[in-house]
Design a binder for this molecule. Structure first.
Ligand SMILES: [Zn+2]
Length: 281
């Protein structure tokens, strides 16, 4: 999603204004941006008037609120969860997460950074994935109190830490290779979207070089390396083409050496939920 402008809203958190050349009127959809207020995507025609968009949101506020409620109920029903216990394992290219029995009566963390090298083409290769182990007392009761929820949060925070350590330099490496200037890169826990890109509005008119803000879902780190590349290059292609036009895809496909379609198809196997990456026996 390439967003032209983000407005703050008391009920919806963020209003993402997206320009679409074929749009003739405003359309509103849930943004599912990972914030509690969900956000609204407003698709608008080119040369729109921001004040008019704000007015339209005001006029449709009641309907929009009920749209978000329906969306949230549907999502709550769909969210799959996995029981967290000794068998819980995530083993992806870049990160391995597991629970092991310790000797202490405390829960301890064992962390190891990934070992990464580059091949002759300058592409990263993972020699050894990062490790996150939760070392728990041998007779640990995973269901006591709100331990399930606490571990889910701890796992997500662990993924976030390694996503910052790995995805940021990976993205900056590609940006440098293609001469793209980025203003800010953020890692979020956005659900339903792997990444987004928006143009950074320069304060100074003298500095006319465009730069961009990119948001990446922390779950991107759990994808296989070639699909991470798809996500990162997809967002970087948005710095050249604002839309998903044939020209956008042609460009991205060149960067991916003709594999965009195959990679996109493979990406459909994954969702932006921690539980979709749990290793099943
Ligand atoms: Zn896109």
């Amino acid at each position: 999603m390439l967003c032209d402008k983000i407005l703050e809203d008391r009920d919806f958190g963020h209003l993402y204004i997206i320009v679409n050349r074929r749009a003739v009127r405003y359309t509103f959809r849930p943004a599912n941006d990972g914030t509690p207020k969900i956000g609204i995507r407003v698709t608008v025609p080119p040369r729109y008037d921001v004040k008019d968009v704000v007015r339209a949101v005001e006029q449709n506020r009641t309907q929009l609120l009920s749209m978000l409620q329906v969306n949230q109920t549907a999502k709550d029903k769909k969210t799959e969860t996995v029981h967290i216990d000794w068998d819980f394992r995530i083993e992806t290219d870049c990160l391995h997460i597991s629970f092991i029995k310790g000797t202490s009566q405390k829960v301890l963390f064992h962390k190891e950074a990934a070992q990464i090298d580059k091949n002759m083409h300058g592409e990263e290769i993972i020699l050894k994935p990062a490790i996150l182990q939760f070392v728990c007392p041998p007779d640990f009761d995973f269901d006591k109190g709100d331990r399930q929820a606490l571990f889910e949060r701890a796992i997500i925070e662990g993924v976030r830490m390694y996503a910052k350590a790995q995805l940021l330099p990976r993205l900056l490496g590609y940006a440098a290779r293609y001469g793209i200037q980025l203003n800010e890169v953020k890692i979020n826990s956005s659900k339903g979207r792997w990444g987004s890109c928006s143009q950074h509005k320069q304060r100074s008119l003298l500095n006319s070089k465009k730069s961009y803000n990119i948001n990446l879902s922390l779950f991107t780190l759990l994808l296989p390396m070639h699909l991470q590349k798809l996500i990162l290059l997809h967002e970087l292609t948005h710095t050249i083409y604002m839309d998903h036009s044939p020209a956008f895809h042609a460009h991205l496909n060149t960067w991916l050496e003709g594999k965009e379609d195959a990679f996109e198809k493979e990406l459909k196997k994954y969702t932006t939920s921690i539980f979709s990456f749990v290793k099943k026996e």
